[in-house]
Design a protein around this ligand. Structure first.
Ligand SMILES: [Zn+2]
Length: 230
């Protein structure tokens, strides 16, 4: 079986996505890239009911290479993201607070410094019908120099070097959106200034153990903070 390890990872994280409430029913899709091949969740199957062999493998142009089920309808978006960012994994969900911000805002204002873990202010990609190349292009633009983007009236997407990292980015994106929505219920949230956000990056760079860029690491992918900042 091609990409056996990657397909197993899709099943594990699919289950976690459902268990943690990031996904309901068949909404949401995940993928992992290895070289010129991408393992992706199939369309029409709940993410907590996946089996490795049920996850199709496609090439970077979207041709089915192995598997009996059809790849997720959002596969064009995943492939466009890989082509543009050099990421190793993509996670897309319709999580509740992400969807709330994506239906009302043009960006998620940086009111918490952990926004910088996603590369900065999270943009909302312009609306386009799901599964279209237009949506893929809009998402690609919104993801420039970021690890996350929201999709207008739809949901969110995150990237990582691997699936655990992309999945954690989705959890963080949802947390940031929830904090924003709840803060708005209390008062007008203070938005961090460019200066304050730059200081966060500087501070992280001075932290011992901060991960350096590897030679083979795509320059477009922002480097995350070491572990959990205090
Ligand atoms: Zn979707």
């Amino acid at each position: 079986m091609l990409l056996a390890e990657q397909r197993q990872l899709l099943c594990e994280h699919g289950r976690r996505a459902v268990e943690t409430g990031l996904v309901i029913g068949t909404s949401g899709n995940l993928s992992v890239r290895l070289g010129d091949l991408v393992a992706v969740t199939p369309g029409g199957v709940a993410l907590d009911r996946l089996e490795p062999e049920a996850c199709p493998v496609v090439d970077v142009e979207g041709h089915l290479v192995e598997g009996e089920l059809q790849p997720s309808s959002e596969t064009p978006m995943h492939l466009a993201v890989y082509a543009a960012t050099g990421a190793g994994a993509v996670v897309h969900t319709h999580s509740v607070f992400g969807a709330v911000v994506a239906t009302t805002m043009t960006e998620l204002p940086p009111i918490h410094y952990n926004t910088m873990l996603l590369g900065g202010t999270v943009r909302v990609a312009e609306y386009a019908t799901y599964g279209t190349s237009e949506l893929a292009a809009n998402v690609e633009a919104a993801l420039r120099d970021r690890r996350a983007a929201l999709l207008a009236n739809h949901g969110g997407v995150t990237i990582g070097d691997d699936l655990p990292q992309a999945f954690e980015a989705t959890r963080l994106l949802e947390w940031l959106c929830e904090v924003y929505v709840r803060a708005r219920a209390v008062g007008e949230p203070r938005v961090l200034t460019e200066e304050q956000l730059s200081a966060v990056v500087l501070r992280a760079l001075q932290t011992p153990g901060f991960p350096r860029r590897e030679n083979d690491r795509p320059a477009e992918l922002p480097v995350p903070f070491p572990d959990t900042p205090t």
